[in-house]
Design a protein around this ligand. Structure first.
Ligand SMILES: *Cc1c(COP(=O)(O)O)cnc(C)c1O
Length: 365
């Protein structure tokens, strides 16, 4: 099966073997060594000196942790949203009582750092900014370094959803001045779903001191105390830790810059291949993501028909559109364990399946 969705991504065989290992004492020495090893490795991938906490939850739980550990009900928060996951981040903050000011962009577009600056300048009461680095629902990567610069200049807290970007495309937590950065095991990390990663800056910890949103399971101070003893406050998803250990070793062998270069190459290859089939990209091309490509469904082609054909006849699994994009786009994931060969196979499968789904190929000469 060529699983080309933007998470869960395929896992290397050695990761799958690792997750099948027998249980160990999660309060014992073996686990202490394991959590210390993977936490250190994660700090490298995050490019941060701060702790990176590993929570047993999906990515959304990590986003909730970012919110409840830094904010109080009534806090004014700027939500910079360019798609479904940006909207989700805002909805979490709203659920816990934040006063959310929305800076929403047309789906397919990236956020404009100048407009973020303007929004912050026009409302000095804003305390924090929520932003998605890579919007998986639209295939757009925000100019995060530039957005971070304007947020830093105005001394606001910056909470980042980097779930489908970290470990795949460039993100430099400390250098860019990101306060809370969230990722999830089932995206570029090549591990099954079940773990979220959260880094917290010094500024984040200062905000923690006065933050009064309700928190218990995701209370990061509990995680910090436990981590210093080589533990987690609650029973961790041990099997996923076993898998993460092996996956991070493999990623470390490849090296950060090589990983970034591979994803850049695969992103380009996917976009070129899609265009060569006469299809139209959904994302503004200047900000097209190197981890997921969103493609407009051509006139007359039904989403389900196309994707079922791809799966049944070619073993290629693509993702549909989310929310208002359901039935209007399909998405190709190219993050984590993926080769050029798998992208080529995906494109060839599309070339065969599209006409069968009712599309007239207008291949470029
Ligand atoms: C996958 C994803 C999420 C949600 O993660 P879950 O693990 O499904 O909770 C949030 N944000 C982005 C950008 C994602 O790609």
């Amino acid at each position: 099966m060529n699983l080309r969705i933007p998470g869960p991504t395929p896992c290397p065989p050695e990761v799958l073997e690792a997750v099948a290992q027998p249980m160990i004492n999660h309060r014992g020495r073996q686990f202490a060594a394991l959590i210390q090893r993977v936490s250190e490795r994660l700090k490298h991938f995050y490019q941060t000196k701060s702790d990176v906490f590993i929570l047993t939850t999906s990515g959304t739980g990590g986003l909730e942790a970012a919110v409840v550990n830094t904010l109080s009900p009534g806090d004014r928060v700027l939500s910079v949203s360019i798609g479904a996951f940006g909207d989700r981040f805002a909805a979490i903050a709203e659920s816990f009582g934040a006063d959310v000011v929305a800076l929403n962009y047309e789906w397919g577009k990236a956020a404009d750092p100048d407009e973020v600056a303007k929004a912050l300048s026009s409302d000095p009461s804003i305390k924090a900014v929520l932003v998605t680095h890579n919007e998986t629902s639209t295939g757009v990567t925000n100019p995060l370094a530039e957005i971070a610069r304007v947020v830093r200049e105005r001394e606001k807290l910056l909470l980042v959803d980097a779930i489908s970007s970290l470990g795949s495309i460039p993100l430099y937590t400390d250098e860019w001045g990101l306060d809370v950065v969230v990722s999830g095991s089932q995206k570029g990390w090549m591990v099954p779903p079940g773990l979220a990663f959260v880094s917290m800056s010094e500024r984040g910890w200062q905000a923690y001191e006065s933050a009064t949103m309700p928190r218990y399971y995701f209370d990061l101070a509990r995680h910090r105390d436990s981590l210093s003893k080589g533990q987690t406050p609650w029973t961790p998803a041990l099997s996923m830790f076993f898998g993460l250990d092996v996956a991070l070793e493999r990623l470390a062998e490849e090296g950060l810059e090589s990983i970034f270069a591979r994803h850049a190459r695969l992103g380009r290859l996917t976009r070129e291949g899609v265009r060569a089939l006469g299809l139209t990209l959904f994302a503004d091309e200047r900000f097209a993501s190197d981890t997921v490509t969103a493609v407009r469904l051509p006139e007359g082609v039904e989403d389900k028909v196309l994707r079922n054909l791809l799966e049944d006849d070619h073993g290629v699994v693509l993702a549909g559109g989310q929310g208002k994009l359901a039935g209007r786009i399909f998405r190709i994931g190219h993050l984590g364990l993926v080769s050029e060969e798998e992208i080529r196979q995906t494109l060839s499968a599309l070339e065969v399946a599209l006409p069968r789904a009712g599309y007239t190929l207008r291949t470029r000469a």
